[in-house]
Write a protein that binds this ligand. Sequence first.
Ligand code: FMN
Length: 186
Amino acid sequence: MELKETIKNRRSIRKYKNTKIAKEIIEDLIDCARLAPSAKNRQPWKFVIVTDTIKNQIADIMLEKENSAKVNLERKIYNANSSVKTTAKIIKEAPILILVLKEYEDNWMIGDLLSIGGAIEHICLRATDLGLGSLWIRDIVYTQKDIAKLIGYENMELISAISIGYPDENPKPRPRKELNEVLEWL
Ligand SMILES: Cc1cc2nc3c(=O)[nH]c(=O)nc-3n(C[C@H](O)[C@H](O)[C@H](O)COP(=O)(O)O)c2cc1C
């Protein structure tokens, strides 16, 4: 696929076929992530692939904490609406979940977060290119410490996750601001 076509065709995919994804394909996605640019070339990322039991335990952690007082307070602070339950269900149904972690390094926080965003987009675009669907997931942030502990990465910060699978839906493009709303020439 031409790059612009891939960019146009990418959608957040929330329904997946129950089809196994070859290990080489997942390695290809992470290979694309690894090639992303990063601030000072720090490459501040670690990608952990989870399937089956661990993936479902992650979704359960999200669901368990969903109604706790602490999470509700965080919600208010971040003004986030509650999509956690829906996202947890998507994680359970997706064949594969990629967890994206970064080292705790306050001095590089913004640069490292921007770099990780770029790497994640490489994954999502390459997934589209290969006929896979992807969903970039932020809803793990409320339980990031518990999830990092579960996978044995307490020393790192879980920033995001991406669910991957062969698409079982074909959503229309979601609305976007017009070019003239977001672009200004001075
Ligand atoms: C940083 C980031 C975090 C996101 N987190 C979630 C999430 O936790 N759950 C979810 O269902 N969608 C999540 N999304 C998907 C967005 O809702 C989606 O990208 C947006 O609605 C535009 O739709 P599109 O990706 O199909 O163009 C996230 C997207 C980004 C970029």
